[in-house]
Write a protein that binds this ligand. Structure first.
Ligand SMILES: [Zn+2]
Length: 350
């Protein structure tokens, strides 16, 4: 099946009341791990690549691998998404390759580090929305600034410094027309998200709930939402790793988000930990081995296991066959005639 519009995937998730994991990929084994999990759990899926991933794997290698995944798994809807686009050009080049969704993260300037002004964010995001929607491609924006740094992208800090203001989120959705919106509620990128199990003082689920009430048609996105389970940290450390103890976003908080408008949940760190733990284990237990397949195979299996667990926990499991993919060209018509317009003022008048 051809790659699917992320908008369709998220609209279906909203109808079904579930969330969809968006898993980052850099290489063949990670793509295979996601597809193994999707097949096993019968899940629609979002595969995403950061700018760092596109540079590491080279655009064409990575995109052809995604196309292979789609061809080999005709029963599974797959959306291909640019994670944290830093400029119009990054988004344009992803669309030119065939990505069906892009994130324009205008919360930061093009350097991917310095927080931008609200007006700068609106302007660049709107430009991407106009270009992408004409081509039937979905757009995710970001308002507020996430904490931490991943793949060289991020403002750093704790995640509490730029929590999304609900009034600004509404104005941003109105002025840009984004399909999906990443909001900052205290989460951070990377492994070190929280120094203790997060509670309401550091994870602002009330802000998320307030935004969803006012933007019921804009799909909310949780970034930095790995759970960083202790078991995965322990395996890495048991076999020679030196991770400091850390806490991620508990699954039950993500599930609370999903009950309140979260449709896309970004997970990367948990998969990185699973892969590294599995490879370390092989190296530690059988140091005589030197065939990369001897450790890449268990690494792939370890990631597939984590992804399958998340798919079940987010509720997307079992939904792969619910709907027929709408061609991107048809989606473009929906944007052109206004039927896919999510802007709050239009939703109120419908
Ligand atoms: Zn992110």
């Amino acid at each position: 099946m051809p790659l699917v519009s992320m908008r369709q995937l998220l609209d279906e998730a909203a109808k079904g009341g579930y969330g969809v994991g968006a898993f980052n990929v850099n290489d063949m084994e990670q793509i295979q791990a996601i597809m193994m999990a999707a097949k096993q759990t019968k899940s629609p899926v979002i595969v995403q690549a950061s700018r760092g991933a596109r540079a590491f794997a080279e655009d064409l290698y990575l995109f052809r691998l995604i196309q292979a995944a789609a061809e080999l798994n005709p029963d599974i809807p797959i959306a291909m998404h640019q994670d944290h686009g830093n400029s119009f050009e990054t988004c344009r080049s992803a669309i030119a390759l065939g990505y069906t969704s892009v994130m324009m993260d205008g919360s930061l300037k093009e350097d991917g580090k310095t927080p931008s002004t609200f007006e700068e964010n609106v302007a660049v995001t709107r430009k991407v929305v106009e270009y992408a929607h004409e081509r039937g491609v979905t757009v995710e924006g970001e308002i507020g600034v996430l904490g931490g740094v991943e793949d060289g992208h991020g403002a750093g800090g704790s995640g509490l410094e730029h929590i999304t203001d609900p009034d600004q989120a509404v104005e941003f959705a109105e002025r840009t027309g984004v399909d999906a919106l990443a909001i900052a509620i205290g989460t951070s990128h990377g492994a070190y998200k929280f120094t203790k199990k997060p509670d309401g003082s550091v994870l602002k689920m009330d802000v998320l709930i307030a935004i969803h009430k006012r933007l019921p048609n804009t799909h909310l996105v949780m970034h930095g939402s790995s759970s960083v389970p202790k078991e995965l940290q322990d395996i890495v450390n048991q076999y020679g790793g030196k991770l400091k103890q850390t806490w991620g976003v508990p699954i039950e908080e993500i599930q609370l988000g999903i009950r309140n408008g979260v449709r896309k949940v970004n997970v990367d760190t948990d998969n990185r930990l699973a892969i590294t733990g599995a490879i370390r284990k092989v190296f530690a237990e059988t140091p005589e081995k030197f065939d990369p397949r001897d450790y890449m195979k268990p690494a792939r299996e370890a990631m597939a296991k984590v992804v399958a667990e998340r798919m079940t926990e987010f509720g997307q499991a079992g939904h792969a066959g619910d709907y027929k993919p709408i061609p991107i060209t048809e989606i473009a018509k929906g944007y052109a005639d206004g039927s896919l317009d999510t802007r709050p003022s239009l939703a109120a008048s419908r």
